[in-house]
Design a binder for this molecule. Sequence first.
Ligand code: GLN
Length: 275
Amino acid sequence: MDLRTAITQGSTLLEQGGIAVPRLTAEVLLAHAIGKERTYFYAHPEEELTELGWIHYGRYLHQRLKRMPTQYITKKQEFWGRDFLVTPDVLIPRPETEHLIETVLAECSKVQRLADIGTGSGAIAVTLALELKAEVFATDISMPALSIARINAGKYGSPVRFVNCDLCSVFDAESLDLVVSNPPYVPKNAHLEPEIRDFEPFLALFAGQNGLEIYPRLIEQAFRVLKPGGRFLAEMGIHQSDALQQMLTQGWIGVHTIADLVGIPRIISAQRTNV
Ligand code: GLN
């Protein structure tokens, strides 16, 4: 069978299985199976698929039909222009989270010491360490996640210091210029696609009944470890902006939100007062 036919057949299977964007997915899986870029198919549609290629492709199609996210099959997700290793030990970085990077670069490009709390794949910390001349720390309560984050930092020679701890507990008082975080914020009973619900790490997603269980502790700890005038930036879920603004009244100034591309307030930014 040639590559073009393999794509058409895979795409049909995925479509029948109710998988979104079936053709693109088939192309991505086939490219991964034969170790080539997708553009290869446009130049070589008539090339025969090897038996080994078939075995890999068949397995990947089967995994995707079982709703495993494509990124866990190919083990990568692009974030801020770089490919990050992802496994089911870490959340797959989302495009919305790039707004966190954008906001840091726009609002706090001169920071010297910062920490990414709940780093997961390390996408935020690794990116910031490469984009800013700052000392970057990253924490996670999950050891398996930190192993993945360390691989991602190593891949790009990004000098992040990783720490296995709960939130900001390891840092000294008033020692950081910036705390960033994409914490778990999904309500426990939220309706989620099986790709997320059945494959992504529970610990990275859910935060109690209303999704707001982590923020009070995170904000309290961020206040402790930030220098006076330091900044706190966090990602949040839909309908969480009011609750978060309430948590950032005493001791915080300049509280504002930044919307994502569909207009949902997605990032909250605040500055610790000078006292
Ligand atoms: N944005 C993720 C989602 O869509 C959730 C990430 C998080 O909880 N921090 O499910």
